[in-house]
Design a protein around this ligand. Sequence first.
Ligand code: ARG
Length: 446
Amino acid sequence: MAKKLWEKNIDVNPEIERFTVGRDRELDLLLARYDILGSIAHSTMLESIGMLTTEEMTELHDELRNIYSTVEEGTFIIEEGVEDVHSQVELILTRKLGDTGKKIHSGRSRNDQVLVDLKLFTRNELKGVCEGVKSLFDALIEQSDWHRDVLMPGYTHLQVAMPSSFGLWFGAYAESLADDMLFLQAAYKMCNRNPLGSAAGYGSSFPLNRTMTTELLGFDSMNYNVVYAQMGRGKCEKNVAYALASVAGTLAKLAFDACMFNSQNFGFVKLPAECTTGSSIMPHKKNPDVFELLRAKCNRLQALPNDILLIMNNLPVGYFRDLQIIKELFLPAFESINDCLQMATYIIRRIEVNKEIFDDSRYDAMFSVEEVNRLAAEGMPFRDAYKKVGLDIEAGTFTPNKAIRHTHEGSIGNLCNKEITALMENIYNNIEFGKAEEAERALLKR
Ligand code: ARG
């Protein structure tokens, strides 16, 4: 049996095959379960328009669900000589069911198959990322609440500036994640539209029922215009990558702070020994490698939208094989971001903060603005108060009053963590994951 879907009577050149298949046989394994779900929906629809008999559809469904089980067990492979997951699934169906297997490709193309696979894959992965972001958010808010009264220096230009607090520091990253969640929500919505039925990118002369496959697969709607549906290849990945990059930006910055504040020269936070690594030569070392790797991985993730953009940017309308390469960058990104989110959450829950930072007189000048404000509140014009405190500092006669009082919204004494949590939950709880899961479960039920 020919292993290429398009093989006619000319042998395939092995070098050309190697180059064109690329890493598909390995990467497409990540799409296998979604390819099967798409095929169950497609064959159900084919039966409804009389392109398959009910018996043929049932046979196909049984076999597709068997293949799904092999994916779950981890025994599904894409054989040598088979190009991609779409070919492998059709090959298995045809080996098992003969002509019935050969009928499933009516009214579709691998172009819309891979499109639908990617949408289903991404939809599912985004759910995991959102959960990971929410867990880290919860850990940050918890730390912020616990340490609401522990002061730390705030910097501008990396010069000691004004009093800040651990409540503010942890809470800032929580609020940053709430904004990142907005991107994830938009990415989820954009990706939750059905491209199936666009076939090679121009539809089909069969009377396909795209509304039906949209409902069966639990999509919010379809990508209506078949040409646009195909244009979504690359665009969807790029926009999702922007959302992942937004999360990665928050994580990379947090990681940098943590590395810096953990250094002996700052000594603001301490990682528990189990969260550090040692040196082969310096016996005293407890290095923050986890945060360093997190920073590097997240910096790389921030390049992802650009990497994708550079591949697809100058393509005109219609499918091109260029798009295949995007999978190499895009599919592994989820494992990477999830890993980073998980490690960040683990460490943030365990990080210890220094409650005695301000016992050190090097931070005294940081209370200058507090003193200026105190004098101004007593009636001295701000500019005069500013000058007086400045001269006191120069003369070495300034004594800081460390009992500070910041009361406005979002400041040391009024973190607004409840409001920040409401902001996050309002976004997170409005991403509707349930519909997709229910639809997928229904397709798999025998
Ligand atoms: N492996 C291909 C991809 O990822 C599948 C689609 C192949 N379509 C084609 N016209 N060659 O794009």
